[in-house]
Design a protein around this ligand. Sequence first.
Ligand code: 13P
Ligand code: SF4
Length: 368
Amino acid sequence: MGLLEELTVQTGVLPESITSLTKEEMENRVWKIKKVLGKKLFIPGHHYQKDEVIQFADAVGDSLQLAQLSSENQEADYIVFCGVHFMAETADILTQEHQQVILPDMRAGCSMADMADIHQTEKAWRRLQGIYGDTIIPLTYVNSTASIKSFVGRNGGATVTSSNAHKMVEWALEEKERILFLPDQHLGRNTAADLGVKMNEMAVWDPITEELMYAGDVEDIRVILWKGHCSVHENFTEKNMEHVRMAHPEMKIIVHPECRREVVEKSDLNGSTKFIIETIRSASMGSSWAIGTEMNLVKRLIADHPDKLIISLNPYMCPCLTMNRIDLPHLLWALETVMENRTQNIIKVDEDTSRNAILALNRMLSRV
Ligand code: 13P
Ligand code: SF4
């Protein structure tokens, strides 16, 4: 490969052979490649992906479903993952050696996952073990790097997703007196609060200042929340809720549990993307909903349910920029490289990391 070509590949810049095509031409080429590769190719897509990508997905799901599908699919040689980096890593950890996981654009990360790096986590763990000894267990939201999952697996903990967080936090609190919940403080706080853990039994670990933020006796702490968040879901506010309640008193508000506590507490319902979709699907005709989650999904729900009034909880909401990195041109590009036997953007988690990360994932998958 020439230098220019190599740089292009590494930075994710699309070649002219792709950018010069019309949308229709690109779509036709993707359909054709799918037909040629048949069962050798599997395209999983997260609910937050754009329609131009989702139309090609062999399966669409939330994080938990996509992890389950990855562990079940042993047939496909190429898994072209339409989601973000941590999801593709999870797929690689759960698939067989002969299967290649490909992320169409390497820039499709997750800002929340990046908020906990392994060095910060190891440091925090040493400090917390100094205080609590063996009475603490780590849990990590799947929205985390493979190294964090590996750390958690090595230390007896498990992964969680937004659809099984209650079950997993309950399990962890039966195992040990307290938990360290990475990296989303909001999902951790919302879940623990639902399970009856009081606010004054929760503390926040700040990885930047390396401080346990808590005013009281540290022995009373049951849940330590990593100070991370989703920059998309943090944009739903109590003010948005007040506006909706005022303008549409009959409207139900449903949000993702990555939203802040105040928002989740005041909503009518909260749950994973799958839960949101199923709730809207089974809602009665003529019902009205304000949804607090990523815009691609909200837009799809609006289009799929013309019999219901659906709006975004925040009318000025931005989409998840990293999820949106995966678009039709990048999908086609990834597929063409597979066809030409020069596959790129392969997500490969090293063996050592995988061995422990799979412990954390399996502790979750065996309980859901
Ligand atoms: P779900 O597990 O609910 O699909 O959420 C994933 C995610 O990244 C939400 O921001
Ligand atoms: Fe990450 Fe938030 Fe985007 Fe989900 S919506 S992928 S948590 S940045």
